[in-house]
Ligand binder design. Structure first.
Ligand code: PEP
Length: 254
């Protein structure tokens, strides 16, 4: 099955309004230079600024908008939280869930991630479910961790087609460190993830899910990493904060 390459920028907690506006306008300006689908996930207060920038001059922008998190409840007394209907109402198509920083710092468990993914799908958002082992270990151990996280983070998450879901494999030890897995290890991990998805759903659904690699992806290593079978794109932190490096990675994906 043909899957459109997907390049997602996770801006994390960076920037201020003028930076957000400029970077979003820059990303909107490069869409014709790549066949990859581009998605920006800015901080919550930037959603409307980024939405306006990517839609300037176009009824329907070809840059997608995503949130970095949502709460699993639809509404209510959850001070400081943001719901799936809210971000959908602000124009989001995607939401990153279970990023390792939230798992580590906000104590998000697989069960919470699954509840959030259910809320996302009910609200017409595509969840980008993040999984990854914490420390660099031997492959068998890593695969066991990944299978457990994937199964638990997708517990009760019903999808109609594979296009309703994105899974990002981000080894935690590779995030922001400049250290990346070998292409050989990725060539074992990614087909394994697709096989696991086929066991959870079925072959057809699994064949449609886009699998992203994340962790210190840069223009220098993107060609080798994104050429690995079953990797359909990247979830990018640091390198998504500059238009040039974001575009270079997108070009490696297509
Ligand atoms: C991330 O945090 O999702 C990430 C991949 O970050 P970086 O690209 O900076 O390693």
């Amino acid at each position: 099955m043909k899957r459109t390459p997907l390049i997602v920028g996770n801006w994390k907690m960076n920037g201020l309004p003028s930076f957000w506006q400029e970077l979003a306008a820059g990303v909107a300006g490069i869409t014709k230079q790549t066949n990859a689908e581009l998605v920006i996930c800015p901080p919550f207060p930037a959603l409307s600024v980024v939405h306006a920038a990517i839609h300037a001059g176009a009824e329907k922008s070809s840059v997608g908008l995503g949130a970095q998190n949502v709460h699993q409840a639809e509404k209510g007394a959850y001070t400081g939280e943001v719901s799936a209907p809210m971000v959908r109402g602000c124009g989001c198509d995607y939401v990153i869930l279970g990023h390792s920083e939230r798992r580590a710092m906000m104590a998000e468990t697989d069960e919470i991630v699954a509840a959030k993914a259910v809320a996302a799908i009910e609200n017409d958002l595509k969840p980008i479910v993040c999984i990854g082992e914490t420390t660099r270990s031997d492959m068998d151990q890593a695969l066991a961790t990944l299978e457990k996280q994937l199964r638990q983070s997708l517990q009760g998450v019903h999808i109609k087609t594979g296009d309703d879901l994105v899974v990002a494999y981000e080894p935690v030890w590779a995030i922001g460190t400049g250290v990346v897995p070998t292409a050989a290890d990725l060539a074992v991990a990614f087909p394994f993830l697709r096989k696991t998805l086929a066991n959870i759903y079925n072959e057809e659904v699994a064949a449609g899910v886009r699998l992203l690699y994340g962790g210190s992806l840069t223009p220098d290593n993107a060609d080798e990493i994104l050429a690995v079978d079953d990797i359909d794109g990247g979830l990018i932190g640091g390198a998504s904060l500059k238009v040039d490096s974001f575009l270079a990675i997108a070009n490696a994906a297509d």
